[in-house]
Ligand binder design. Structure first.
Ligand SMILES: Nc1ncnc2c1ncn2[C@@H]1O[C@H](COP(=O)(O)OP(=O)(O)OP(=O)(O)O)[C@@H](O)[C@H]1O
Length: 347
């Protein structure tokens, strides 16, 4: 059996109000899964249900093949062997770093507790700071202590609830990759909750995009971007906008940008009205193109510049171009669509 965690049609409520319904999710041993979605969509609620802090009103959760939650089963959190890391680190201020990490090891003999805690601190590269107190550490260091503490009892599963939200952008990026490496090195299965899609993509093997308590798509980051299951995913993940089109044949759509041919076939009949997703990196500059668009604004982003363009019809699209090619607002530029992954939805 390779599935470590299985959520089967779960429903969660707060005081009779259903927040999660009919949710399915499976995670293989050693995989890092992520729950991504707008604020209030139910991400933390799912973690609470997995951790055992919230009962289920329907469905079941099984870990290592055993049912740990169902309407008439609720294993207590401490029996689940699940580690947790929170946004606010939640370290004990009156305990040193090594005492914090050793805290969850109270069943071990004292000496073994400290040896194991030091081993975990070495893993997160903080052994030198073992005798400091939390207030003597930076935010990133505190979060690494929290990770070491969660990993110390060698849990089968670790839940990370917005663990990098309190850190600045650069640190978020480096720490998220660092944490991924540590989890992969240990083979620890993890679920990350975030509303930062870059973090979700960088860290996870599979990502579930949630909206209104329902997982809209549970897939690899690549597929979420290139094969979105619906218009919500298409616009929530990455950038892009829809333009109207008509099916010409199964893999070609006629639009005001010309005929766009992709690498997947749609079953709709010729003439069917569709919306086609155009990503900024699908629109490239082509001096031989007859098609032009007017620049209505631009955002410089270092290596590239994002241009907002208006087509003759008034439709607006975006184009991401290398920043050394610099154009001004109001200029007409010749463009062409260069998209292999044609994404369209019926009107
Ligand atoms: N203890 C509670 N009692 C009642 N309603 C709650 C409780 N906790 C959360 N909710 C509601 O459940 C819904 C889902 O909340 P949850 O915290 O799971 O969302 P989230 O996706 O984690 O949001 P965020 O990204 O803002 O942390 C929200 O509408 C929220 O108001």
């Amino acid at each position: 059996m390779t599935e470590l965690l299985e959520l089967n049609e779960i429903e969660c409520q707060y005081e009779g109000q259903i927040v999660i319904s009919g949710l399915n999710l499976t995670l293989r041993k050693g995989d890092i899964g992520c729950l991504l979605g707008p604020s209030g969509c139910g991400k933390s609620t799912i973690l609470r249900a997995i951790a055992g802090f919230l009962p289920l009103s329907k469905g079941s959760i099984s870990l290592r093949g055993q049912t740990i939650s169902s309407p008439d089963t609720l294993w207590p959190p401490e029996k689940r062997k699940i580690g947790m890391v929170f946004q606010d680190y939640a370290l004990f201020p009156h305990l040193t770093v090594v005492q914090n990490v050793a805290f969850g090891l109270h069943k071990h003999p004292k000496k073994a507790q400290f040896q194991q805690a030091l081993k975990q601190l070495e893993l997160v590269d903080l052994k030198e700071l073992a005798n400091r107190y939390p207030h003597e550490l930076s935010g990133g260091q505190q979060q690494r202590v929290a990770l070491a503490r969660a990993l110390a009892p060698e849990p089968d599963l670790i839940l990370l609830d917005e663990p990098f939200s309190n850190l600045d952008a650069e640190l978020r990026k480096s720490l998220s990759l660092n944490v991924r490496d540590i989890l992969k090195q240990l083979g620890t299965t993890a679920i990350l909750v975030t509303h930062d899609q870059h973090e979700a993509f960088a860290m996870s093997d599979a990502v579930g995009v949630l909206k209104d308590g329902i997982v809209q798509q549970w897939d690899t980051p690549f597929n979420l971007y290139h094969e979105p299951a619906n218009t919500f995913i298409a616009t929530f993940i990455g950038q892009g906008s829809f333009i109207p089109g008509k099916m010409k044949n199964h893999d070609t759509i006629v639009t005001e940008l010309g005929e766009i041919q992709g690498n997947r076939a749609y079953q709709w009949e010729s003439g069917t009205a569709v919306n086609v997703l155009i990503r900024p990196d699908d629109i490239i500059l082509d001096e031989h193109s007859q098609l032009t668009a007017a620049i209505i604004n631009k955002t410089f982003a270092g290596t590239s510049t994002l241009y907002r363009l208006r087509l003759g019809s008034g439709t607006q699209i975006e184009s991401l171009l290398p920043s050394h090619q610099d154009y001004y607002v109001g200029e007409q530029i010749p463009i062409r669509v260069a998209a292999d992954h044609l994404i369209a939805f019926q009107h």
